[in-house]
Design a protein around this ligand. Structure first.
Ligand code: SF4
Length: 188
């Protein structure tokens, strides 16, 4: 199955309860030959309405981060752990992640990147777990951001989700330092 067939399946998916409340199930987008995939948690309200990745306030932060580290959106592939909007921005439930992560796994197989950059807690937890890497306790979880982990086939660079800077703009400079590492992979 190629990416188009996969996306068609995502757009019509009713595998979990989020199908009842979503607008549009959001497929990944970007460079299909990308060396790095950015993996966010789930679409926001704007993305749910328009069916495009990172077009709301978090998208503005992401664009600013990429601009500051000198990376173009077209150089990466972007997707979500959970493809449908989470009502009232609640956390994803374990069974929703279990139902939906098969799509992310397939996207990773199809794109075949050298590195994965999960954004924020849930995407990072899923990717570390999937690669058999240790999960830090929640209280200490921030320590993983900006560190590189060796998976079997690819490297993993957990990063703060762009939305984190909406709540605490003072972390923007640290985020820029961490995001700067993605340039190394995509330009190798
Ligand atoms: S969240 Fe994923 S599994 Fe659930 S309905 Fe949407 S696409 Fe399907």
């Amino acid at each position: 199955m190629g990416i188009e067939a996969l996306n068609k399946e995502i757009r019509t998916c009713i595998r979990c309860r989020l199908a009842e409340t979503r607008g549009k199930a959001l497929c990944g987008e970007g460079n299909l030959q990308a060396r790095l995939i950015l993996i966010a948690q789930a679409p926001g309200e704007n993305e749910d309405r328009e069916g495009r990745m990172f077009i709301g306030p978090s998208g503005k932060v992401l664009d600013e981060l990429l601009r500051r580290v000198g990376v173009d959106r077209g150089e990466v592939y972007m997707t979500n752990l959970v493809k449908c909007f989470l009502p009232r921005y609640r956390k994803p439930k374990r069974d929703e992640i279990e139902s939906c992560s098969r799509y992310l796994d397939r996207e990773i197989e199809l794109i075949g990147p050298k590195a994965l950059a999960p954004l924020g807690y849930h995407a990072t937890r899923y990717i570390l777990e999937k690669h058999g890497l240790p999960i830090p306790p929640k209280a200490d979880f921030r320590s993983v951001y900006g560190k590189v982990f060796e998976g079997d086939e690819r490297q993993i660079l957990p990063l703060q989700h762009p939305a984190a800077a909406l709540y605490d703009p003072s972390i923007m400079n640290v985020m820029v330092e961490n995001y700067a590492r993605i340039k190394v992979w995509i330009r190798q």
